[in-house]
Design a protein around this ligand. Structure first.
Ligand SMILES: NC(=O)C1=CN([C@@H]2O[C@H](COP(=O)(O)OP(=O)(O)OC[C@H]3O[C@@H](n4cnc5c(N)ncnc54)[C@H](O)[C@@H]3O)[C@@H](O)[C@H]2O)C=CC1
Ligand SMILES: O=C([O-])CC(=O)C(=O)O
Length: 335
């Protein structure tokens, strides 16, 4: 019996992610909120013969509060996407306020829900959600996640392609750490499983790294003004939600994934990661073990080669700026 909510459910990601959540047998109630079109999306999905009972909500008559009542997992793809020439940080102006307002509603109506933040810039929007929760005295860093699964999905696909066997992609894993924008995305290809093809030259590794870091731009360019990744993001978002739900269910299997979180989620694990990074960062996409309460353990980064150490060093200034910008938006808002 799980009540899942999608905020921004009528959008390019919102619709397909709602579809995929409707097919998750663990979800028994699916509430869809957006500023437009949710009654139609909900009516459409409600004809699918899976357990979840679907309802659509709009802002009038306290729709957001009604959608969130009793929510156990909230997925947030609300906000504007990029157009060619824009960075994710350029979305901050519009999306920061949207995410703040939605986080306020969650903090007051469903403070114990798992919150999965998709809206960009993720490096800043996750700190925004966390600061709003702190303000309402309901902060639990184990339950607030930046969804970076698309980077992980891309890494598997692109590496399988480079290794010459795309069909192997489902069994290829690459930890992707750091953040979710350009140089802050850190694919740790030296830890890929199965390991990189031995005849891959360093120039190929660098090209592959760049492709994973800028995979979002590839889609923005191909869509040519019509938005950014939606379908692959919906797949990734539903995969991540399913990992959380399986961990909550306590299936017994070990669930490890990467996600952008506050390192406060596991102070013991964070100590080691901070030592490995060499700088104290409040938020970082790390490998985590998930459990019934969300983040159970932050896992160490592990060995990096010199190229990866260089990537990590290059990611830190942008991450620091993005984190500070998100936190300050709530703690020191400009008048
Ligand atoms: N984390 C990640 O890996 C990825 C993140 N994204 C981000 O996801 C976000 C959404 O992208 P798309 O779905 O393509 O955009 P979209 O424009 O197609 O959909 C966004 C939806 O949000 C709704 N919305 C706007 N303000 C709202 C509010 N206050 N409350 C509820 N809903 C509201 C809109 O009405 C629209 O339906 C963007 O910020 C994009 O950059 C996109 C791809 C990957
Ligand atoms: O590139 C974008 O703006 C959307 C996104 O985050 C991604 O596809 O990774």
């Amino acid at each position: 019996m799980v009540h899942a909510v999608v905020l921004g459910a009528a959008g390019g990601i919102g619709q397909p992610v709602s579809l995929l959540l409707k097919t998750n047998p663990l979800i028994t109630k699916l509430s869809l909120f957006d500023i437009v079109n949710t009654p139609g999306v909900a009516a459409d999905l409600s004809h699918i013969s899976t357990p979840a009972k679907v309802a659509g909500y709009l802002p009038p008559d306290d729709g957001l509060k009604k959608a969130l009542e009793g929510a156990e997992i909230v997925v947030i793809p609300a906000g504007v996407p990029r157009k060619p020439g824009m960075t994710r940080d350029d979305l901050f102006k519009i999306n920061a306020g949207i995410v703040r307002d939605l986080a306020t509603a969650i903090a007051t109506t469903a403070p114990n829900a798992f919150v999965l933040v998709i809206s960009n810039p993720v490096n800043s929007t996750v700190p925004i959600v966390a600061e709003v929760f702190k303000k309402h005295n309901v902060y639990n860093p184990k339950r607030i996640f930046g969804v970076t699964t698309l980077d992980v999905v891309r890494a598997s696909t692109f590496l399988a392609e480079v290794n010459g066997d795309v069909s192997a992609a489902p069994n290829v894993t690459v930890p992707v750490l750091g953040g979710h924008s350009g140089v802050t995305i850190l694919p740790i290809l030296s830890q890929a499983k199965p390991s990189l093809s031995a005849n891959l030259a360093q120039t190929d590794v660098e090209a592959l790294t760049k492709r994973i870091q800028f995979g979002g731009d590839e889609v923005v360019k191909a869509k040519d003004g019509a938005g950014s990744a939606t379908l692959s993001m919906a797949y990734a978002g539903a995969e991540f939600a399913s990992k959380i739900l399986n961990a909550v269910k306590g299936s017994g299997e070990e669930i490890v994934t990467q996600t952008y979180i506050s390192l406060e989620a596991d102070p013991e694990g964070a100590k080691k990661v901070t030592e490995e990074i060499g700088t104290s960062l409040e938020y970082f996409s790390v490998s985590v073990k998930l459990g019934p309460n969300g983040v159970e353990k932050i896992l160490p980064i592990g060995d990096l080669n010199d190229f990866e150490k260089g990537l990590l060093k290059a990611a830190i200034p942008e991450l620091q700026d993005n984190i500070a910008k998100g936190c300050n938006f709530i703690t020191a808002p400009k008048l």
